[in-house]
Design a protein around this ligand. Structure first.
Ligand SMILES: [Zn+2]
Length: 210
């Protein structure tokens, strides 16, 4: 049942003055629950509403909002989805009730059959990845947030290293290898979806920081 639809491909470009022009990938998962992963910047409200409307979905129909981490370009429109449970990193929030979900750190927190949230720290201490087993393609999709910035960061690891939390580089290198070994497709935080190859898995394994 689960179907993965990338509503917007993320991107990131370094500007001459040293700041970044960036927006995150925004992904819709259609299953027995409706799930949106990462809600872009606060200036993208109308874009998201219109993109969902193409699938006959209204913001109030969304059951779960998952933010892979709490940076401003990944949480900008969470308040469009007031009927949803919000998972931001390791915390789960519904209305004013807020708790940490231990399953995210352990076996994974199942949102519905074949969709779960796992902890993949590194870019920040609280990153999560959404794993989706698609029945149609029989493939595993990993919506990774900035664990993978974009496909290019496999051959150019300086890209993710420059943006990650310095004390967590080793953790991120391990998590990257773990996720790329599981996934058939990766939907990175700031680039288009890409298919995982055996060669990529080897490269990422060799980048594990001891
Ligand atoms: Zn980001």
């Amino acid at each position: 049942m689960p179907e993965v639809i990338v509503l917007f491909d993320g991107y990131s470009t370094k500007l001459p003055n040293g700041s970044m022009d960036a927006n995150c990938t925004c992904t819709l998962i259609k299953s027995t629950k409706l799930i949106i992963v990462d809600t872009m910047t606060a200036w993208d409200r109308e874009k998201i509403v219109q993109a969902l409307a193409q699938y006959n979905i209204k913001p109030e129909n969304i059951d779960y909002v998952v933010c892979t981490h709490s940076h401003a370009d990944h949480i900008g429109n969470n308040n469009l989805f007031t009927n949803a449970t919000h998972i931001v990193g390791l915390s789960v929030q519904q209305n004013t009730i807020f708790y940490e979900e231990p399953q995210i750190l352990n076996e994974g927190y199942e949102l519905c059959p074949d969709v779960k949230v796992i902890a993949t720290p590194g870019h920040t201490a609280e990153d999560v990845t959404v794993l989706v087993k698609s029945t149609k393609e029989k493939m595993l999709f990993a919506v990774t947030g900035d664990l993978f910035e974009k496909e290019d960061d496999i051959l150019e690891p300086s890209i993710w290293k420059a943006l990650g939390t310095p004390e967590l580089l080793k953790t991120q290198s391990v998590m990257r290898s773990r996720v790329i070994n599981l996934a058939d497709f990766i939907i990175p935080g700031h680039g288009p979806m890409f298919r995982v190859s055996h060669a990529m898995r080897e490269i990422v394994k060799n980048q594990i920081i001891e």
